[in-house]
Design a protein around this ligand. Structure first.
Ligand code: GLU
Length: 236
């Protein structure tokens, strides 16, 4: 398992995401990537190897969006490559997500989704989740992610964005750490407090099967049944 970062706020997301990923480098990884909500849709940049090479490539795209997600990958299913690097996207390119962990039932889910017409771009276990969310999406990303995760066996930390929901990141987890916090310029998510601490020291350590919706103005929390909750804040 490697690292997840995400930001929904008022500043340009790409440099913050790259900076967060650089802080997670100590964990070791084989590839890295980001997805940023741009005016024309989601822009995904992925690279094999160092965060520095991702940062260099991201500069060429001149990303201006203020909401996005990032990932450093430690391959479990599918060799280390640019195509297998996260974020993974839905067929229509409107949903992108990053994942830490292992989806144990991905083979049967992939068969089912391929039979329903979904075309896969990678060899990863993760990509099934992007297609499951696409299948469930009906204008409500949180509801779609909840529906998709009900189909999953295994461990996951997930951060999901949708081109049709600017400024929103939906996150959830099971047996894989997710920490969220709201700072002066927006909301942050990471798999490790080290990537959030500069923005805020008041964080929520998400519990298994809880959901958080990050927006520039704050974070809303939900339990597995979709009921809004007020989780405990931890000062780190
Ligand atoms: N199982 C996923 C993959 O192989 C995620 C690995 C990770 O946690 O970095 O792509």
């Amino acid at each position: 398992m490697c690292g997840i970062v995400g930001y929904a706020g008022t500043k340009a997301a790409a440099p913050l995401l790259v900076d967060g990923l650089a802080k997670l480098e100590y964990r070791g990884y084989d590839s890295a990537g980001i997805a940023v909500q741009e005016a024309g849709g989601l822009q995904v940049v992925r690279r094999l190897g160092k965060v520095a090479s991702l940062a260099h490539s991201a500069e060429h795209f001149d990303l201006k969006g203020t909401c996005g997600i990032g990932h450093t990958r430690w391959a479990t299913h599918g060799r280390p490559s640019e195509t297998n690097a996260h974020p993974h996207v839905s067929c229509d390119g409107k949903i992108a997500l990053v994942h830490n962990g292992i989806i144990e039932n991905f083979t049967e889910l992939r068969e089912e989704l391929e039979a329903a017409g979904h075309v896969f771009a990678s060899e990863t276990d993760t990509e099934v989740v992007a297609h499951l969310v696409e299948e469930a999406y009906d204008g409500d990303l949180l509801a779609a992610v909840r529906q998709a995760t009900q189909r999953l066996s295994g461990a996951y930390g997930l951060a999901v964005v949708c081109a049709d929901e600017p400024g929103h990141i939906v996150v959830t987890r099971k047996d894989s750490p997710i920490i969220v916090g709201h700072g002066a310029d927006g909301s942050y998510v990471a798999s490790d407090a080290i990537a959030v601490i500069e923005a805020t020291r008041d964080v929520v350590v998400l519990a298994d099967e809880q959901f958080a919706v990050l927006e520039p103005g704050g974070i809303t929390f939900f339990d597995a049944a979709g009921k809004e909750i007020a989780p405990e804040i931890t000062h780190i």
